[in-house]
Design a protein around this ligand. Structure first.
Ligand code: ADP
Length: 157
C-alpha cells in the first residue's frame, strides 16, 4: 500500500490545499493530511479547530485520513509507514524554502521522498495568510476556502 503524507499548518485549509490533496489521493492508495503541532505558537486557529475543519472538508474523499503530529515530519512519516511526503508549489517563491526542506528531510532519511505538485493557476495566489488577512478585514473569502471553513470563520475574528 503506497501511503503519502501531506503535512502543513493548514491555518486554515484552503481550496489550494484541497486541490493538491485530491491529486495525491488519485495517485496514492492513501493520503494522510496532518497538521504540524509545532505550528500552533503563532496560529490563528488551534490544532483541534484546523483538524476538525480539514475532516469536514475532505469527508467525501475515502482514502484520506486526517491527523496531527508533533516533532519531525520525517519521524511521523516513518511511524505511519508513509514513503512519500507531498507538498504543493504555487510560485517560484515557494521553491527555495521547499527545496531546503526536502533536502533536509532526505539528509535525515533517504527512504522518504518528497513529491511536489503544482497547483492550478486559479489557486496560485491563495495562501492561508492571505485568506486570514482578507477575512480579518471583512473581505469575502467564500471563493477560496471550503464551505465549512467559510461558515466557521464567519463567527471568528
Ligand atoms: P507550511 O507551514 O508547512 O508551509 P501550509 O499550510 O502553508 O503549511 O502549506 C502546506 C503545503 O501546501 C505547502 O507545501 C504549501 O506550499 C502548499 N500550499 C499552500 N497553499 C497552496 C495552494 N494555494 N496551492 C497549492 N499548494 C499550496
Amino acid at each position: 500500500m503506497k501511503i503519502a503524507l501531506y503535512p502543513g499548518s493548514f491555518d486554515p485549509i484552503t481550496k489550494g490545499h484541497i486541490d493538491i490533496l485530491k491529486n495525491g489521493a488519485e495517485i496514492f492508495d492513501k493520503v494522510i493530511i496532518a497538521v504540524a503541532r509545532n505550528s500552533e505558537k503563532h496560529s490563528f486557529l488551534t490544532v483541534a479547530e484546523r483538524v476538525e475543519l480539514i475532516r469536514e472538508s475532505v469527508k467525501d474523499i475515502p482514502n484520506v485520513e486526517v491527523d496531527s503530529f508533533e516533532g519531525l515530519t520525517i519521524e511521523y512519516a516513518k511511524k505511519r509507514g508513509a514513503k512519500v511526503i507531498l507538498r504543493g508549489l504555487r510560485a517560484v517563491s515557494d521553491f527555495e524554502y521547499e527545496m531546503q526542506l526536502s533536502q533536509a528531510n532526505s539528509a535525515l532519511s533517504n527512504d522518504i521522498k518528497t513529491i511536489f505538485m503544482i497547483t492550478k493557476p486559479k489557486y496560485n495566489f491563495i495562501s492561508s495568510s492571505t485568506i486570514k488577512e482578507i477575512h480579518l478585514n471583512n473581505g469575502d473569502i467564500s471563493k477560496f476556502v471550503p464551505e465549512c471553513v467559510y461558515e466557521y470563520l464567519k463567527n471568528k475574528k
